[in-house]
Design a protein around this ligand. Structure first.
Ligand code: SAH
Length: 367
């Protein structure tokens, strides 16, 4: 006989929890109490939920669980960046990074164990794909970070003000878990992070952007990395299925659906001699003319067995200046946490490639 898996309560949104409680004959408002125990007081057992009935506590103890990803290691960079290696349910390891900056703190979370998209310059992709994280494992990352930062910095000098889905995985290929996790991040009874400060970054999964528009008002970032389809298809293979014009159109619709003049972030990893030349900057400026965006340039972060190189600081600056001259707000993402391999594209965890990346990827590209 197979046992039914326990309810993964950390991943339940306010309305899902209310529906569950109603089904059990409890008052739906009890959901608010339960959420506070889970996400404000960080309890690890149901016995600690002293303001809910004994019967409900007993029910939860038998049929539900509070499963937070286990911390396997932690590293602290000289620049204040923290990196955690966490154990996913599948047994593989995932990574999460906290980046403190003046007046804010950004937590970079993972959405999958590994990634199926195989972008040529990303080390996560090189590990292949293992599994999706659950909603509980995604929100569990924030829960782990908040507890650790609160205990280490009781003066609240380090708090999570922003969350970016820029760790391992492609969030828009795991929407069923990502959507409830975003809702909990923004809920006041969850983590109360403003909708503008939760950012989903995608390699360009167009149907996912459309679905996101229907269900969420988080901020959107896209990994463009190229001014034309020829270069982009080499770097980001999913471009062969959803080329740039289609991607930008979906982003425009997403920005319109927010209705608050928010821009889309364009991520552009600069690779020496591949996409960093003056003509690429000009072509990018033409491509993005009139598009409501901010550009984020990311100098390539090298990893083992990669042939790509990072352009010089002078080349990066020249690329940025050309875009600024063309009227775009353009930032260079300073490399943080490099000494602990916590920079963009360096998050690899320890992924057992269960499903064979190529097979999985072909399925996605061919549709
Ligand atoms: N799958 C999502 C989120 C993951 S990565 C996406 O593609 O957007 C977050 C950002 O880091 C992406 O823009 C990604 O393209 C970029 N990146 C990946 N590897 C990198 C590397 N080695 N150097 C610099 N940026 C990298």
């Amino acid at each position: 006989m197979t046992e039914t898996p326990k309810l993964d309560l950390l991943g339940y949104t306010r309305s899902e929890l209310a529906a569950l409680l109603e089904e059990l004959g409890e008052k739906p408002y009890r959901a608010e109490q339960v959420l506070k125990w889970l996400h404000h007081r960080f309890v690890s057992s149901f016995d600690e939920m002293t303001d809910i009935s004994k019967a409900l506590r007993a029910y939860f103890t038998e049929f539900a669980e509070i499963h937070e990803p286990e911390v396997l290691h932690e590293k602290h960079s000289n620049d204040g960046t923290h990196k955690w290696v966490l154990k996913a349910r599948s047994g593989s390891a995932i990574e999460m990074v906290f980046i403190p900056e003046d007046g804010r703190g950004t937590l970079c979370v993972s959405s999958q164990v590994g990634c199926a998209l195989d972008c040529s310059f990303c080390s996560t992709g090189k590990q292949g794909f293992n599994s999706n994280l659950t909603a509980g494992e995604i929100i569990g990352q924030l829960r782990v970070a908040v507890q650790m930062l609160t205990s280490k910095y009781p003066d609240r000098t380090r708090v999570v003000t922003n969350v970016v889905f820029m760790g391992m995985g492609e969030p828009l290929l795991n929407m069923d878990a990502v959507l409830p996790a975003i809702e909990l991040m923004m809920d006041d009874l969850g983590y109360g992070i403003s909708k503008r400060k939760v950012t989903i970054s995608t390699a360009g999964v167009v149907p996912g952007i459309r679905r996101l528009a229907e269900h969420s008002d988080a901020s959107l970032a896209i990994s463009l990395h190229a001014p034309n389809d020829a270069i982009r298809s080499n770097l980001v293979p999913i471009n062969r299925k959803y080329p740039i014009a289609e991607l930008l159109e979906a982003c425009q619709q997403y920005a319109d659906s927010l209705g608050d003049k928010r821009t889309v972030t364009i991520e552009y990893t600069l690779l020496k001699d591949v996409n960093d030349q003056p003509e690429h900057a000009m072509e990018l400026a033409t491509l993005l003319q009139g598009f409501p965006c901010k550009i984020n340039l990311i100098p390539f972060n090298p990893f083992r067995h990669s042939d790509y190189r990072r352009p010089s600081a002078i080349a990066v600056r020249a690329f940025q200046d050309r875009l600024i001259a063309a009227g775009f707000s353009t930032m260079v993402r300073t490399t943080r946490g490099e000494d602990i391999d916590a920079a963009c594209g360096q998050l690899v965890g320890n992924v057992e490639d269960k499903t064979q990346r190529q097979a999985h990827y072909q399925k996605i590209v061919r549709g």
